[in-house]
Design a protein around this ligand. Structure first.
Ligand SMILES: [Zn+2]
Length: 73
């Protein structure tokens, strides 16, 4: 059984790459018994959805970058 820290690490990795069967199994098992990690997973999924929605919204509009990049004359 992995620790909560390792499970959280796995969850964030799952956002970037597909997990192996073993990893998904471990994660699913842990989520069944650990309330804290379920809350963390929910939070991560929400963040992922929000980021994706924001990105899609931005890409479809093709907004040009702002002229001021922090340079003040
Ligand atoms: Zn946990």
């Amino acid at each position: 059984m992995l620790s909560c820290r390792e499970e959280t690490e796995l969850m964030s990795q799952a956002l970037d790459r597909p997990l192996s069967f073993g990893e998904r199994f471990q994660l699913g098992l842990h989520l069944m018994i650990c309330k804290g990690c379920r809350a963390t997973e929910k939070h991560l999924l929400f963040l992922q959805a929000a980021t994706r929605a924001w990105r899609e919204n931005h890409d479809s509009k093709h907004v040009p970058p702002q002229p001021n990049q922090g340079e003040t004359p």
